[in-house]
Ligand binder design. Structure first.
Ligand SMILES: NC(=O)c1ccc[n+]([C@@H]2O[C@H](COP(=O)([O-])OP(=O)(O)OC[C@H]3O[C@@H](n4cnc5c(N)ncnc54)[C@H](OP(=O)(O)O)[C@@H]3O)[C@@H](O)[C@H]2O)c1
Length: 231
């Protein structure tokens, strides 16, 4: 699994509007779409969809390349939400309902489930505390949906849980030459959550670095990936 994020020079992933769309350049968006073209599914957390309109699909030329490489025309769009508060109709542009999958929790209100089910395939998964067990989510993606390569595009809360769980292979990070300022929970970095536990190696190896138009495109491999013998 890989995470792809864009951050300002001061380490923030949202602007003061609470959106991320304006941080990266057109080159960053090109790379984002190129990454999407190479994966089976793109996952985001519910707050990322609530923040702004998103299109998780790839354009026609990349869709054709996917098909020529034996992939589905579009990556599966995977949305994670415990509340079921997902503005699929308003904010998710692009994939048709058959290319959308919502992971949610048992006990979601029936009305909400019915609404979501009209717009996406919905699966309820076991919870760990009051959140979906993301390791199980990855098993389900592989076993039921043939997802072997997953791209996660945030947000910081979802990233945090995945990194903390040792589920992330690589992080692609674009460092954009902008300063945003801001503080507190509304101005997160690429991970949002409590301090990572001591005693685990959360360092990363730099795999590549490219510069274009003032942006740095960084690719890191995380050391604490916990491979699962059953996966
Ligand atoms: N710069 C970038 O590259 C970038 C990329 C993505 C997002 N962003 C920005 O990041 C902000 C959103 O980030 P965020 O950290 O607030 O939120 P987030 O990670 O996008 O979403 C968090 C929400 O996802 C759901 N969720 C996550 N893990 C879950 C689990 N294990 N089980 C069940 N539900 C789970 C929950 O939804 P419910 O609340 O519905 O239960 C949770 O509140 C936005 O401002 C967005 O623009 C920036």
């Amino acid at each position: 699994m890989v995470i792809n994020m864009v951050s300002s020079l001061d380490g923030k992933v949202t602007t003061n509007s609470g959106k991320a769309g304006s941080i990266g350049s057109p080159v960053d968006r090109l790379i984002m779409r190129s990454l999407r073209s190479r994966v089976d599914a793109v996952m985001i957390g519910a707050s990322t969809l609530r923040a702004e309109k998103l299109n998780l699909s790839v354009p026609e030329d990349l869709s054709r390349t996917r098909v020529s490489q034996g992939r589905e025309p579009q990556p599966l769009a995977v949305l994670v939400s415990a509340s079921g508060d997902l503005p699929l109709k308003e904010n998710l542009l692009g994939p048709s309902p058959k290319d959308r999958l919502v992971f949610t929790v048992p006990g979601i209100p029936g009305e909400c489930l019915a609404t979501l089910s009209q717009l996406a395939l919905v699966e309820t998964l076991p919870v760990e505390g009051d959140s979906i067990d993301l390791r199980i989510a990855l098993h389900v993606l592989k076993a039921r949906h043939g997802v072997t390569v997953l791209l996660v595009e945030g947000g910081p809360s979802l990233n945090y849980s995945l990194v903390r769980g040792g589920l992330v292979d690589e992080i692609f990070l674009t460092l954009a030459p902008k300063l945003t300022g801001g503080q507190g929970p509304s101005s997160p970095g690429i991970l949002h959550g409590p301090a990572l536990p001591p005693g685990t190696d959360f360092s990363a190896d730099l795999l590549s670095i490219h510069a274009a138009h003032g942006e740095l495109f960084l690719r890191y491999h995380l050391k604490n990936l916990k491979t699962d013998p059953n996966s």
